[in-house]
Design a binder for this molecule. Structure first.
Ligand SMILES: *Cc1c(COP(=O)(O)O)cnc(C)c1O
Length: 419
């Protein structure tokens, strides 16, 4: 077995131009707000975001105090007998709304258009069902290479709706397939394999012109760069809490429903927590105002609490800085990789054009699975995606250009050792 040297960060060897970029990085101070393991360069924040430093204390407080001591009383806003600080921290009932209000500015929406809970997969079901019903049509058009759960959920919906067709076409031909029978266009803004970012504004406008509604999956967008759902005229969207929002494994997901649809969009998973007055225990379902109606069951308090604190990291972040740095990191990565592409069988699959680039860089390699296993052992953590993709996620909140340089040194060492 070959042993591979762990990447030890030797600042002195990092090229001066990269150190200069880091020195004037307006987000440089954000790295200190995360706990990052020693001896590892973590390029997988697009799969599981790193742990924000403030989260463990919040979780400990929720467990020991809010749950352990206050028990059932934590659901509601504290009465006059309680200390005012306890009153402010509890109110589990409004936690989904408070988290929604923190996500809303990251995705270009109003707080009452966002609901937080369940998983991205379940939320995809909710908004797809609502959008299809609203459209009055029976065709879901989607990218045949969309993330599996999006395709599976669309298919599953077909078991409930007679005559539903899931039309899978290539991403490049989506516009050409926006026929008048398409009810819903289901797309992921950034392709999870290639990192290609689609033109949300243009595609949403084309769909609307054909009378189709849009459902955007923001798994690789929200928290990675500014998203402008309302500016684009999007109808519905979903996204993950545990990727670029750093809410922790299995964090609650979010959904977006444009205000203009609230009155008409059916709530198919009409659980009691989406009711206007859950504790009235009414016999008839009356939806809560706004997107809150799309909550289903009891809020996931532990996960919501972690996500709530994790989102505070964004409080002083200018999303334009986030995008600028993300592009600078990916540009740096691609440039540094060129000599390795010339020596090893690596093929860049991420667009070099900035407008088409998301927050990751991916390469094809014939032994991608084995190469990534070696890289992880060497302390450069990216991930492998079938069939042959090496995926490197870049997170401008906690990566420096020096990290990127260090990662590419590690990739070079691993590829060298294998050849
Ligand atoms: C990660 C990801 C999901 C995850 O869905 P879960 O229900 O959270 O497992 C959905 N869609 C896309 C595009 C993803 O990348």
């Amino acid at each position: 077995m070959t042993t591979i040297q762990k990447p030890s960060v030797q600042k002195s060897s990092v090229p001066a131009d990269l150190l200069a970029l880091d020195a004037r990085d307006p987000l440089g101070h954000k790295r200190g707000e995360f706990i990052l393991p020693e001896g590892v360069i973590y390029l997988d924040g697009n799969s599981l975001g790193a742990l924000p430093r403030a989260v463990p204390a919040r979780l400990a407080h929720v467990a020991a105090q809010e749950w352990g001591q206050q028990l059932i009383r934590s659901w509601s806003v504290g009465g006059p007998a309680e200390a005012s600080s306890a009153r402010a921290a509890h109110d589990w009932m409004s936690l989904p709304d408070r988290v929604a209000a923190k996500i809303a500015p990251l995705i270009g929406s109003a707080p009452h258009e966002v609901a937080v809970g369940d998983s991205t997969s379940v939320n995809t079901f909710k908004v797809l069902a609502a959008a299809l019903k609203l459209s009055g049509r029976r065709v879901i058009l989607t990218d045949g290479d969309n993330f599996p759960t999006d395709l599976y959920i669309a298919r599953g919906l077909g078991t409930l709706m007679d005559g539903l067709e899931v039309r899978r076409v290539s991403a490049a031909s989506i516009s050409a397939h926006l026929a008048p029978d398409v009810g819903v266009l289901l797309l992921t803004e950034v392709d999870y394999r290639t990192g290609r970012r689609s033109d949300m504004a243009a595609i949403t406008a084309q769909a609307r012109a054909q009378g189709a509604l849009t459902v955007w999956d923001l798994a690789h967008s929200a928290g990675a760069f500014p998203v402008d759902l309302n500016g684009c005229g999007a109808d519905f969207a979903v996204g993950c809490g545990y990727k670029f929002l750093n809410g922790g494994p299995g964090a609650p997901a979010f959904l977006f429903a444009a205000e203009r649809h609230h009155a008409q969009a059916p709530v198919v998973l009409s659980g009691w927590m989406g009711h206007a007055e859950p504790f009235e225990m009414a016999r008839e379902y009356v939806p809560a105002p706004g997107a809150r109606r799309f909550l289903v069951g009891t809020p996931q308090v532990l996960g919501l609490s972690a996500l709530d604190t994790a989102l505070d990291v964004f409080a002083d972040v200018d999303l334009k800085d986030l995008r600028d740095k993300s592009l600078s990191l990916s540009h740096t990565f691609m440039e540094l990789m060129i000599p390795l592409q010339n020596r090893f069988p690596l093929t860049l699959v991420t667009p070099q054009n900035e407008t088409e680039r998301g927050p990751q860089v991916s390469y094809r390699h014939p032994q991608a699975r084995e190469v990534m296993a070696d890289l992880i052992r060497a302390g450069v953590i990216g991930d492998f995606r079938t069939p042959d993709i090496l995926r490197f996620g870049l997170t401008p909140l906690y990566h420096s250009h020096a990290d990127i340089w260090q990662a590419v040194q590690g990739i070079g060492t691993v590829l060298e050792a294998r050849s």
